[in-house]
Design a protein around this ligand. Sequence first.
Ligand SMILES: *Cc1c(COP(=O)(O)O)cnc(C)c1O
Length: 403
Amino acid sequence: MTLPPNVYDAEPIPETARAEIDRMLKSGDLFRYTAPENAPVTLLEREFAALMGSKYALAVSSCSAALFLSLKALDLPRDARVLIPGFTFAAVPSSVVHAECVPVLCEVGDNYRIDIQDFEAKLGDGISAVIISHMRGHTSDMDAVMTLCEARGIPVIEDAAHSLGTTWDGRNIGTIGTIGCFSFQSYKLVNAGEGGIMITDDPDLIARAVIMSGAYEHNWTKHLTAPDADLDRAFAKAQNMLPLYNLRLSNLSAAIIRPQLAEIPRRVADGRRNHDYVAEALNSSPWLDVPEKLAKEKRAPDSIQFNLVGLDADETLAFAEAAARRGVKVQIFGQSTDNARAFWNWRFIPGATPELPQTRAMLMKACDTRLPARLKPAELDLIASAIIDAVAEVMEPLRAYGT
Ligand SMILES: *Cc1c(COP(=O)(O)O)cnc(C)c1O
């Protein structure tokens, strides 16, 4: 019998990381600014920018740090209003609060994507910047988002922490807005334990972010990889003008990340195949619905989200228990007192908790199950049938267990 898979373990780090790590252990060369040039962190930035088709990249300690630095790089004044989705990870409103700005929440639909009508209505409410969170890799309508924001001159930060490898209309997620931010935390597509990176084509934004990330004195010169007059000017303008928050990445992390970049296409393809296979199975149940992706989106999932259809609160909890008994952990975003993706648990946001009835209704029925790219068909079958049988046990006791 196939046992329920452990969906929390990461993939092994490619063997090729070992030689570089050994070299560092011998030399002690762990700080990105020790070597005069070509430090592993700098090479990672160069490779990641090339991979994404961006001009500039800055690797930092986490995606949260990248989001925070993005807001600081935009030079937003204290108390500037930043529009974010009502369904995202708590790191997003946290980065806004950290940057001394005020998060404003907009509604999210049953398909986990930004409700463009509510987004447009709230954009008019004194918004200075937008963070689009491609939550669990679900891409909002970026054509509509960019049209609305560009018309108003509002910069867009893409939180692509969990979306590496996703494309929108053939373009890499994270390259559509003004700045894109990614995570290398262990539950994301590329795993360094911790780490993050931001990409942009704007020399002023990257120069400001580089200095604030901790490029003290003239260490920013070690970020220059090719002659770039615009970047030189931007650094000269920012020299000595900005605080240093020291959110740098270590060479050790870069050495763990770099060999994984080549693994991205395989992880994306396998993750998508696994997701679509399980989605088709779940959609065969009348009590489960995996929302369709948007037409221009190509997903890179490492988990699956689905909505319960027609279950009341007690049935919803009974379903989660029935799935757990079958060895599959299903998290229902809104059904615990501490879920970091339920907006009413973001009690650190200044002022009263906003009310978003549509997003709340979605969170009360939206389920989340990890589905790592490394799973095999038998394991996917086991996960899918555990979920389908669990909901049948709750909703069709006669059919499932009758004579
Ligand atoms: C993981 C995640 C983050 C935070 O990333 P860290 O690198 O852990 O700071 C932010 N947003 C989303 C959508 C995430 O999934």
